[in-house]
Ligand binder design. Sequence first.
Ligand code: GDP
Ligand code: MG
Length: 162
Amino acid sequence: MKSVIALVGRPNVGKSTLFNQLTRSRDALVADRPGLTRDRQYGLGKVGERSYLVVDTGGLSGEAETLDTLMAQQTLQAVSESDVVLFLVDAREGLSGADEAVAARLRVMGKPVLLVLNKTDGLDPDATAAEFHSLGIGAPIPIAAAHGRGIQGLMRRVWEHL
Ligand code: GDP
Ligand code: MG
């Protein structure tokens, strides 16, 4: 059976952009408008001889009142079906309360989670990463999904969990 990688994080952190990098497809809807990818999207990716499934999600806003929405339910469903979760955060926006709420949701689900720090292009990765250590998910893995940077290193870390 193929391994399943779920992409989670609040809207606009770059989940669909990373999905496109990991699957080399344009299936996911990438847009400036947050929350546009409402349904789960599956794509097939490959590293060498090994293939995997990637699930893009509409994301979790972290706001209590929206946790019961269809989008949040589908995201949590995608997490429960996955083998490893990539939790994306935004280096430009910095750590937010929404990130902390998403981290808390993921913690109780008991899946392996890798913290992925996106949009590090033009920024000092170490300086921007520092504040995200407080999420308690380990050292953030810096990438710039829109530029295809850090993806190989990220996938090496993913394989440790598959
Ligand atoms: P999603 O809502 O989490 O799926 O986010 P999207 O993938 O739709 O991306 C939201 C916005 O962030 C888009 O305008 C992307 O072009 C932008 N974005 C994604 N990755 C990067 C990146 O690595 N660097 C920068 N600067 N912008 C990015
Ligand atoms: Mg999206």
